[in-house]
Design a protein around this ligand. Structure first.
Ligand code: ZN
Length: 385
């Protein structure tokens, strides 16, 4: 930096021209000195020299010119402009210096890092990145799905926000069925203006995908449907407002209850081990007729009785049944609405459907006591799998 050499000019006269020359000289010198400022320290020196309250060349020196001027108002205005230009220049200079200083500090740090990295001991063990594994629910759902995929079932998925038609009406739920009540179903707000069948809700089971698949495809149909469902349930050890299901549907000519029993017996053996037995009890679902609950012999104690099977030797695992003709009728009606040929004439075809809760199976399989642990995201829990 060249030493600051400028000093205030002696005013030779007090004419307007003299003043203008003096102000010009001030700005010119200010700008020349600014050009030489390179460090924050030099900047501070520059600030005190030009803008200091007591001895600053602008405030003390240039202001004194005004007092000598003939036309003090004109000189005052000129001084104001000079001061503004000077301050503008100073503020630009300040940001430049700050930027440069920051850059050089960063550069210094980078150089220091480089020097440090040169001394890293390459023989030390590195930071190990953990390999992710499937969530126990995802794994259970995939394993269940895979059993049916191996039987020739194709995997189907569908929307979680459904219409009343696909979730209830087509599945033979009467309009006043308790499942349609908001006590059990989470409905989308502001749907009252629509006809009931068009109203949106969070699907309460994966069965709407069965309807969608049948509306879109004529039989034969063999599909397995994994997915997330929603119920207006309080969370407790065995309930969660969100859980998962795997459902299946088989429609073809000459499908009988024996096919249903054989398929599920095979699937349970494939999933839990070849020694498990299955047994069927009459049950009721609106969408199947006849309907059944399926129990499997406890895979943990071989049927002798243990804590997991509540010492009964049997565990209730899924619901199933022969597809209710009313469901086929609703499907065909929708196919006609969509401009398709009806394809589900119950004189020619029949079918079975089944469904199971993924959480329930995973809890049993892995001995999990609280359903909430699956959703906790707690690595201490998840690391066990
Ligand atoms: Zn048992």
């Amino acid at each position: 930096m060249t030493p600051a050499t400028y000093t205030l000019p002696e005013l030779t006269g007090a004419s307007d021209a003299d003043l203008a020359r003096a102000f010009d000289a001030i700005l010119h010198s200010l700008s020349r000195e600014a050009h030489d400022v390179e460090t924050p320290e030099q900047l501070e020196h520059f600030r005190v020299r030009w803008f200091g309250d007591k001895a600053g060349l602008i405030n003390k020196g240039a202001a004194s010119f005004v007092r000598l001027a003939h036309d003090k108002r004109l000189a005052g205005n000129t001084f104001k402009q000079v001061k503004e230009s000077a301050e503008q220049l100073y503020s630009e200079l300040t940001s430049t210096i700050q930027r440069t200083d920051l850059l050089s500090k960063k550069l210094g740090a980078t150089l220091a890092d480089d020097r440090a990295s040169a001394s890293i001991d390459l023989t030390l063990p590195g930071t190990r990145r953990s390999i992710g594994v499937e969530h126990p629910l995802t794994r259970t759902m995939r394993e269940m799905t895979a059993v049916f995929a191996a039987l020739g079932y194709s995997v189907r998925v569908g929307p979680e926000v459904e219409t009343d038609f696909y979730n209830f009406e087509a599945l033979n739920f009467p309009p006043n069925h308790p499942a349609r009540d908001t006590q059990d179903t989470l409905v989308v707000a502001g749907q009252e203006a629509k006809p009931l069948r068009e109203r949106l809700l969070m699907r309460t089971h994966t069965s709407p995908v069965q309807i969608r698949s049948m509306v879109a495809n004529a039989p034969p149909l063999r599909i397995v449907i994994p997915g997330k469902v929603h119920r207006n349930d309080e969370s407790d050890a065995t309930h969660s407002p969100i859980f998962h299901q795997v459902e299946g549907l088989c429609v073809d000519t000459d499908i009988t209850f024996s096919d249903l029993k054989g398929t599920l017996d095979y699937a349970m053996k494939a999933f839990f081990g070849s020694s498990v037995k299955t047994r069927f009890f009459p049950s009721y679902f609106p969408f199947t007729e006849p309907s059944a609950d399926v129990q499997i012999s406890c895979p943990f104690c071989g049927g002798k009785g243990c804590r997991k099977c509540k010492h009964s030797g049997w565990i209730e695992l899924l619901g199933c049944g022969m597809v209710n003709p009313a469901v086929f009728a609703a499907v065909d009606a929708r196919r006609i609405e969509n401009g398709l040929e009806p394809a589900y004439d119950t004189k020619k075809i029949s079918g079975f459907a089944f469904g199971m809760g993924v959480e329930r199976i995973a809890m049993m399989k892995y001995g999990v006591g609280d359903i909430g642990q699956f959703y906790s995201g707690d690595l201490r829990f998840l690391n066990q799998f």
